[in-house]
Write a protein that binds this ligand. Structure first.
Ligand SMILES: Nc1ncnc2c1ncn2[C@@H]1O[C@H](COP(=O)(O)OP(=O)(O)OP(=O)(O)O)[C@@H](O)[C@H]1O
Length: 345
């Protein structure tokens, strides 16, 4: 198979499994984001793919070749880590061509490749600049170019943008994604930033406690989260208790939601509904009724927090759909059944 095949990989530190029997197929040219809370095993998994950590069991197969026994430098990969480790005393060009020099490439070959890569990272003409005089974003691009100098099969990045300020970070996410698409290189990025993952990835892999909880395209993870943990981790969601009442109807917070069905045999569950899917209306008999506790008007969107008994619900609307719902007002909360994802209790 063309691409990366992670086959039942486990890494134990003593008795603790940092990565626990992970199975993942990454088709050639896919951009993968490994996402999850601190300590869930993302970096350990990436380090095993890189050959920096030896798996306790399992295999890593790249384009049909079992690379598990190979040392890092024989795996044909490019790496960028949080600490960029550029050589501060070398120029931009010498940093980028470092691996080519070690491999004995001629001066002309080195110059040609450096020029190609500088064009690719939007820094043409920067070859002679000292690295020390670059901005944070420029250094980031140079680190990326250096990792790509040998045209690797696989590109691995561990929190590559986390040292950048928020605005630059967002711009670099777009840039990195566009660069990856133009090269068609299989890429795996570790991040704990779900927005970053949504921006860049073809495939988001959400991890928890060393296991894969869900691996799917970003919008599928957002729309159809596998469980409450994933729903809460990706974006903002309302997790509401649902029950089947004695008449067989599905209720949320005591109100029947016509059209919302529970899987057969399930009588209690959590339902996830995204804030933009919650509609607000007039309080009406039989509808969920709550009281507005806070309104956050961010200009482009308005977040309205509603208390229903002990449960808080957040609705996001745009100024155009805005209802007049001041703090303290009673509102009807409408949960369209097609937007409710039943997660299990
Ligand atoms: N060399 C090691 N020896 C013992 N335990 C380790 C070692 N490396 C990692 N761990 C443990 O394995 C677990 C997973 O660590 P890992 O660094 O892969 O997590 P992560 O998801 O990348 O977290 P973060 O986002 O904080 O970097 C953690 O509990 C960590 O303490």
């Amino acid at each position: 198979m063309s691409g990366l095949n992670i086959n039942a990989i486990t890494k134990k530190f003593g008795v603790f499994a940092a990565v626990d029997n992970v199975q993942l197929n990454v088709p050639h040219g896919t951009f993968v984001c490994l996402l999850g809370p601190s300590g869930c095993g993302k970096t350990t998994l990436l380090r095993m793919i890189a050959g920096l950590e030896e798996p306790t069991s399992g295999a890593i197969v790249l384009d049909g070749e079992d690379i598990t026994p190979l040392p890092t430098h024989k795996r044909n990969l490019g790496m960028v880590f949080q600490s960029l480790a550029l050589f501060p005393h070398l120029s931009v060009g010498d940093n980028i061509s470092y691996a080519l020099r070690i491999r004995g490439a001629s001066r002309e070959e080195q110059k040609k490749r450096v020029d190609e890569l500088l064009t690719l990272i939007h820094l043409p003409g920067f070859a002679d600049r000292p690295v020390a005089k670059l901005s944070g974003g420029q250094r980031q691009r140079v680190a990326i170019a250096r990792a790509l100098a040998l045209s690797p099969k696989l590109f691995l990045l561990d929190e590559p943008l986390s040292a950048l300020d928020a605005k630059l970070r967002e711009a670099m996410q777009v840039e990195l994604r566009q660069l990856q698409q133009s090269l068609g290189i299989t890429t795996i990025v570790v991040t704990h930033d779900q927005r970053e993952a949504m921006t860049m990835a073809d495939l988001v892999v959400v991890m928890g406690h060393g296991k894969i909880l869900q691996a799917a395209p970003p919008i599928e993870i957002y729309r159809k989260p596998a469980d409450a943990f994933v729903a809460d981790f990706i974006g903002i969601t309302n997790l509401l208790p649902a029950e089947v009442d004695s008449a067989g109807r599905t209720t949320i917070l005591g109100t029947a939601i016509p059209g919302l069905a529970m899987p057969a045999g399930m009588t209690k569950a959590s339902v996830s509904i995204r804030p933009e899917d919650v509609h607000l209306g007039e309080p009406a008999g039989g509808a969920i009724t709550g009281q507005v506790s806070f309104v956050r008007d961010l200009g482009g969107t308005i977040e309205t927090f509603i208390e229903v008994g002990n449960t808080s619900i957040v609705a996001v609307t745009t100024p155009r759909e805005r209802h007049d719902v001041p703090v303290g007002a009673k509102v009807g909360v409408v949960l369209p059944p097609e937007s409710c994802v039943v997660l299990g209790s």
